[in-house]
Design a protein around this ligand. Structure first.
Ligand SMILES: [Zn+2]
Ligand SMILES: [Zn+2]
Length: 266
């Protein structure tokens, strides 16, 4: 058991009361990876780790609830006093400003420029982070962590994410946002922990599907043979007991409901 995952935010497109949207802190041997950075996540992150110690941020897709808090994160990286060039004797600790790597899908730079452009700060995020657009066939190496991607069906290009470590043989799979997906079942085959969305109280009535219900989430976990299933990305408007029961029914076993601050190890 080496890799630790902390739920920073589990809300869907609007955050729970006192909650946050998609964000998971993944750590191993002093390496910190932030998986998604939705609205509300930056404040939650700060309760667990100093933001200058975050090595990398990885985005599953470019919906607001998965990246909007890059904006306050970028402002902190620009303007926090420790990030300003200052004489050594005035400030102890690092003199080199932190500049985490930001890995996002293709179009990340364009989308961030458009969003920040309306704030008259087009390059805000690009200057604060070392922004790299991943090729989904890449395996990212972030300290001991290894990150792989697989496409899942959603309203925009979206990538499920697998994280393993060279320090152990545990496997963590994050499904991101998705419609029912056999591809996700294959990608998550025999994973130690599948963090999967259970957004909908019922399947979409019309149009393209983009999310799953808690029952469908459980069914994906069962078919993948996931050793542990955690259901996330559901609103506090839903009855948590109903979410769990539905997911358990689909999984055919015990399921954990994501709560902010909860930690898991693989
Ligand atoms: Zn989402
Ligand atoms: Zn989405």
């Amino acid at each position: 058991m080496r890799v630790r995952i902390t739920v920073l935010g589990k809300s869907p497109a609007w955050q729970d009361a006192n909650g946050a949207c998609s964000g998971y802190l993944v750590e191993d041997a002093g390496t910190y990876l932030l998986l998604d950075c939705g609205n509300g996540v930056f404040g939650k992150l700060r309760a667990h780790v100093d933001f200058v110690d975050v090595d990398a941020v990885v985005l599953s897709h470019l919906h607001a609830d998965h990246f909007f808090d890059l904006i306050p994160f970028a402002y902190a990286l620009h303007y926090h006093p420790r990030q300003q060039p200052v004489p050594v004797h005035r400030w102890e600790g690092t003199q080199t400003p932190a500049r985490p790597t930001l890995y996002g899908p293709r179009d990340t730079k364009d989308v961030l420029r458009q969003v920040c452009g309306v704030l008259n700060a087009e390059c805000l995020v690009e200057e604060a982070f070392d922004v790299r657009q991943y090729d989904p066939s890449d395996v990212l190496e972030i300290g001991p962590l290894r990150v792989r991607f697989h496409p899942v069906p959603h309203f925009i290009p979206t990538w499920a994410v697998e994280i393993t470590s060279t320090n152990g043989d545990g496997c963590f799979t994050f499904g991101a946002d998705h419609a029912p997906s056999d591809a996700l079942v294959e990608f998550a085959r025999d994973t130690d922990l599948l963090m999967i969305e259970g957004t909908l109280p019922r399947p979409e009535r019309t149009g393209q599907r983009g999310h799953v219900t808690p029952f469908e989430a459980g069914d994906h976990g069962r078919r993948a043979g996931a050793k542990r299933l955690v259901v996330t990305h559901f609103a506090d408007d839903l009855d948590e007991a109903w979410v769990r029961n539905e997911a358990c029914r689909g999984f055919g076993g015990e399921v954990t409901i994501a709560r902010e601050g909860a930690t898991f190890t693989v």
